[in-house]
Ligand binder design. Structure first.
Ligand code: ATP
Ligand code: MG
Length: 319
């Protein structure tokens, strides 16, 4: 395989300020203590965090011919991510967010959808995009041109080549389930947040949500639960809930996306399911200690040491 990780989908330019207290009246100003730029998104954060942890990564997505796009491409290259799969969409805009991070780490955002909706992986590039040990489709629900079936086709081709496939979403309603259902028969690990899984299924029990996705063809579900950790459920029946790491959170932006990266690293290292979910959560926890996606992720050894040395929180019961 040419790459360890092909990260396909949602790449965004983030501009973050901390701590957000609200919008001042009229034309007033509130002063911030910290400010950052980051490449983010379910594919973008994943590609950079995975590259920091030693994976040979390919980025596949779209940007616009604008300053944000130039910065996204140069930042990916800075971390050694191969950007040959990044299309500059003529007349498009780079997907971009203004992220207002509160003191407790939560982060409401103002978002321009941009080129994520418009990029497309053509026949000529499909063999390159699937030439990886792990192929990740991140941001299903936002990729208008890919969500109609092309993303599913890409995963299908990856599975024919014997590749491990992972999928993350940007989904808020049952309407989005149609797009995700196309991908699930070719998905080994489906990794939405529990809020997204609930919005997609209309259900409140994690086990019931997983069974709905099994009926649609997925092999394994991993739901991220924010500060409550992660829930793993394989269609063979194996399931567990693991609490999150006990860390001082600065900004949770990109925590789910960083989880994707940690999980890909774990797949490439041959970790068992519990170790893989723990390593993925360690990547997320490190992400949350800095402002901006993957800020606190340094290297594989650093994440492994953090995982070994840091306590998990007490498990909150899961529905
Ligand atoms: N407050 C927190 N404390 C500790 N760990 C956290 C916290 N918030 C998130 N995490 C870690 O990050 C992982 C993913 O978080 P979350 O479920 O919030 O993802 P998400 O909603 O998909 O985020 P994103 O929108 O960035 O993709 C969790 O499984 C957990 O390990
Ligand atoms: Mg997410």
């Amino acid at each position: 395989m040419r790459y360890d990780y092909s990260s396909i989908g949602f790449y965004t330019f983030d501009c973050l300020g901390w701590p957000y207290r609200g919008i001042p009246e009229g034309g007033g100003t509130f002063f911030l203590d910290d400010f950052a730029l980051a490449v983010s998104g379910a594919a973008g954060t994943a590609a950079i965090a995975a590259a920091k942890m030693g994976l040979k990564c390919l980025a596949v997505g779209g940007v616009g011919p604008d300053l944000m796009g130039e910065w996204v491409l140069s930042r990916l290259a800075h971390f050694g991510v191969d950007t040959r799969g990044m299309k500059t969409v003529p007349g498009g805009r780079t997907s971009s967010s203004i992220v207002t991070t509160r003191a407790d780490g939560s982060r409401p955002a103002l978002h321009l959808r941009g080129a994520t909706a418009d990029f497309y992986v053509d026949d000529a590039f499909l063999p390159v995009a699937t030439d990886a040990r792990v192929v990740h489709l991140g941001g299903v629900g936002l990729m208008d041109r890919m969500d109609g079936g092309r993303g599913a086709e890409l995963l299908k081709q990856a599975k024919i080549r014997g590749v491990t496939t992972t999928v993350d979403v940007f989904a808020g309603s049952r309407e989005d389930l149609k797009k995700i259902a196309l991908a699930l028969p070719h998905t080994d690990f489906f990794i939405p947040s529990i809020e997204e899984a609930s919005a997609l299924t209309g259900l409140s029990s994690a086990g019931d949500m997983a069974r709905t996705f099994f009926d649609l063809g997925v092999t394994c579900c991993i739901f991220t639960l924010g500060e409550n950790g992660a829930y793993y459920h394989h269609r063979d029946g194996a399931s567990f809930h693991m609490p999150a790491f006990d860390v001082a959170v600065k900004c949770t932006c990109g925590c789910g996306d960083a989880f994707n990266a940690g999980f890909a690293v774990a797949c490439c290292r041959g970790f068992d399911p519990e170790m893989a979910v723990k390593f993925a959560q360690a990547t997320s926890a490190l992400n949350s200690t800095g402002l901006g996606s993957q800020a606190g992720v340094v290297s594989f050894d650093h994440t492994l040491a953090f995982m070994t040395e840091t306590r998990l929180k007490r498990a909150a019961p899961l529905k």
